[in-house]
Design a protein. Structure first.
Length: 266
């Protein structure tokens, strides 16, 4: 008899799953787990989450940046916004508060964007939130799981913990910006450190913890990720899931105010 015959193959290897869950745990410990439990919502790349219009590229970039800052809980952190040429321009006044225990030492955090990303606002949003998450990760007293060299990777998971998982997954594998208008190929990208499947899996973990139904998420994911996401969500909620104990611990510690969806392993 062949034990394990016809057993479903895990969508990600156990080491990757363990690391993603460890980053969730690290983020919740270091960056206001109560906020994530009670106030963090899933951010979608649509006009409901990002309303408003501006008449210039600079104005639109600044508007989107201000909205991302607010969702990220750092509305009052001093920031400077620059385009790819290094030209700075005004960011809408920050009237909110800083909800995360970040350390900026009173200095402005500098953020950059490429003007061509305005052709694909989802890429611009992902670029902004990844830069914000990188600054936040870098401000932590304790390095992320895997050490300081994993900061860019941990920042992508932190962006998911902050509610931007759909956007991070959708933009993980976009093509490079071309240097000239005559070159063929897609026009915009964001620099990604984890695959679209890693990001989709992390999104599924977030949604399992927050009890967000699959049917609410999939319409906002690009079509090529929907099946993988559904399988990920199903796998995560199974008691044979390799990270079941860690996931249940996170749910008990931070998300008990939400309907129980992590099944007891008894």
């Amino acid at each position: 008899m062949m034990f394990g015959f016809n057993r479903p193959t895990a969508l990600l290897d156990d080491e990757s799953v363990c690391w993603i869950l460890d980053v969730f745990d690290w983020a919740l410990v270091n960056f206001n787990g109560q906020k994530f439990q009670a106030g963090t919502r899933l951010i979608y790349p649509n006009n409901d989450c990002f309303p408003g219009k501006e008449s210039s590229v600079e104005g639109m970039a600044a508007l989107i940046f201000a909205q991302v800052k607010t969702y990220a809980g750092i509305a009052a952190v001093p920031c400077e916004l620059q385009n790819e040429a290094g030209v700075s321009h005004a960011v809408p006044s920050d009237t909110g508060i800083t909800e995360l225990p970040v350390v900026s030492d009173g200095k402005q955090w500098v953020f950059t964007y490429h003007t061509q990303t305005l052709n694909n606002p989802e890429v611009l949003i992902a670029s902004f939130i990844h830069q914000i998450a990188w600054h936040i990760v870098s401000s932590a007293h304790n390095p992320p799981p895997g050490g300081s060299e994993n900061r860019p990777h941990a920042a992508e998971i932190l962006a998911t913990v902050m509610g931007f998982g759909v956007i991070m997954a959708n933009t993980a594998n976009t093509q490079k910006i071309r240097s000239c208008g005559s070159c063929s190929g897609p026009a915009v990208e964001r620099e990604s450190f984890l695959s679209q499947y890693d990001m989709s899996y992390a999104l599924a973990i977030f949604c399992a913890l927050k009890n967000i139904p699959v049917k609410e998420v999939t319409p906002h994911l690009k079509k090529t990720l929907r099946t993988f996401y559904k399988k990920s969500h199903k796998e995560i909620l199974n008691t044979t899931f390799s990270g079941h104990a860690k996931l249940a611990s996170l749910h008990t510690t931070y998300f008990l105010n939400h309907q129980q969806v992590i099944k007891d392993n008894s």
